[in-house]
Write a protein that binds this ligand. Structure first.
Ligand code: GRF
Length: 187
């Protein structure tokens, strides 16, 4: 199973996938790692791991649709079986969803459909929930919408900050993402 992973930031969840592949735990080939901007640590750590990387820098494109087309063309050029959004902070165009229908997997640090969007951890804390968690789902053209594949609950502790809670969620998120990718690889 060939995957392309998309990141916008540090890529710590991606690192867990890279490690799982390297350790033989995950029977997946990471065809490439791409970002929507320049200079992400996610791309840097991928290059350090000897992986193919690319950047389709949003700011280099005059229009949103030009960027959409460039991203689709680049990702498709690797012929992935699945595309994984791992901290990729952009909504992709309907053409992208159509091209990878049922094959575009996203991770989110909350129990969807609660708390979608860029601040899932903060919003869950602000609401005062006592349990939140993470979701791995097939993404559609909405914001963190699409069929849920798997979820893990994570308790919110009284002493939690957004950072401490997000770190604990990410531990669960990594495990869940690797499990889901393994399940997909095994059909
Ligand atoms: C993850 O919690 C992801 O779900 C969210 O951003 C975080 C990415 O962290 N959208 P990292 O880049 O893997 O460190």
């Amino acid at each position: 199973m060939r995957i392309v992973v998309l990141v916008s930031g540090t890529g710590s969840n991606l690192q867990a996938v890279i490690d799982a592949v390297a350790n033989g735990v995950l029977p997946v080939e990471i065809a490439a790692v791409g970002a929507d901007r320049l200079g992400t640590y996610g791309v840097e750590r991928s290059a350090n791991a000897g992986l193919e990387t690319f950047e389709v820098n949003f700011k280099d494109f005059g229009t949103r649709s030009d960027w959409d087309a460039a991203l689709l063309e680049k990702v498709a050029s690797y012929s992935p079986d699945y595309v994984v959004s791992s901290g990729f902070m952009r909504i992709v165009a309907p053409d992208f969803i159509n091209a990878f229908e049922g094959r575009y997997v996203n991770t989110h640090p909350a129990l969807l459909p609660s708390f979608p969007g860029a601040h899932g951890v903060r919003d869950a804390m602000a609401y005062g929930v006592k349990v939140t968690g993470c979701t791995v789902h097939f993404a559609d053209a909405g914001v963190d919408t699409g069929p849920i594949i798997a979820q893990t609950p994570v308790d919110v502790l009284p002493e939690d900050t957004e950072e401490s809670l997000h770190e604990r969620i990410k531990l669960a998120e990594r495990e869940l993402l690797i499990k889901v990718l393994g399940d997909l690889a095994h059909g």
